[in-house]
Design a binder for this molecule. Sequence first.
Ligand code: OSB
Ligand code: MG
Length: 385
Amino acid sequence: MPDTLAPLHLAQIALREIRLPLREPFRISSGVCTERRILLLELRDADGVGVWAECVAGEQPNYSAETIDTAWHAITAWVAPRVLGRTLAGPAAVAPALARDFRGHPMAKAAVEMGCWALAAERDGVPLARLLGGTRDAIPTGISLGLQATPAALVERALAASAAGYRKVKLKIQPGADVEYVGAVRDAVGPDVALMADANSGYTLADADRLAELDAFALTMLEQPLGREDLVQHAALQRRLATPICLDESITDADRARDMIALGSGRVVNIKPGRVGGFASSVAIHDVCRDAGVPVWCGGMLESGVGRAYNVALASLPHFTMPGDLSPSARYWARDVVAPEWTMDRGMVAVPLDRPGIGVTVDVDRIDDLTVRRDLLGAARPAYA
Ligand code: OSB
Ligand code: MG
């Protein structure tokens, strides 16, 4: 990441909550989402340059402790006051400013930190992907399929996904919906489709025998089977499994990635920039994994097209060697909030390199229609008004 950028003067952060119904409920082992409550931010610098950003916190504290409501509070009370009206040396200075004596709230911090990177990109006239050090112009795309009521329902969706060209099909599992479901899908799609499973911490080490039965299905990886903060029990489980373990929830920063590698808790990392506190932390994890030969890929949190833009930019970094959970807009929404919508071509999502900043335009009229709550932080009448 370059650190020679001009200083950043963040003048204003506008917050809004929009409601966006999913086309189909998305169920994981710890809960279900039917309609997203999405926290969008609009950051503006002292010259009036503006960018949109997204906080990926969910509706309920079932994936991590944060929710849209805790993030709203954290941004308003603690994150924004640390950056608004200050002169920051550049976007790389934001993460350290948010780290000092301020525990937790990574998704709240990430929304503002990532927005600052986009603001610098927009202002300097470069695509966000390139500012971050991205080298790819297209990213292989995977789909994450929620828990289904029957193996047949999951098979139907997996077949459709593989026919649509996805490069990786991820199946959510939980105790009682695992071996039978994954086996049915493997039988249906054949040996050549890259399949994986994600348990979202639904199991304990006492389930090791059951999880070892998944070895029969040649999964590319098994994501976060055990506790959301655990590394030690995952290491014990990894010794019992042929299938590589991929960690999601447990990797909250570069130190945890180092610990995973040292302990043998997993062999792959899912990087979600919101989970780890932003881009600086994501790139640090990327670099740790690259140096250790551990593959990484970019996860998703059912973002709108705004949050997707940030994930796609990050996933263009060279060591994101596996397909990301970067499905096109139409997989989630009847209509996205950005133009152009995110699409997939032969299983690849294109990195928008033809324009500065996040690379998509936000449909503000549509967002106005979907907005249920708003707040404005910083100068009510900024200098450019
Ligand atoms: O564990 O990766 C996960 C969605 C919400 C919370 C956790 C997870 C997910 C997904 C969806 O798997 C990925 C996507 O955005 O398509
Ligand atoms: Mg996951």
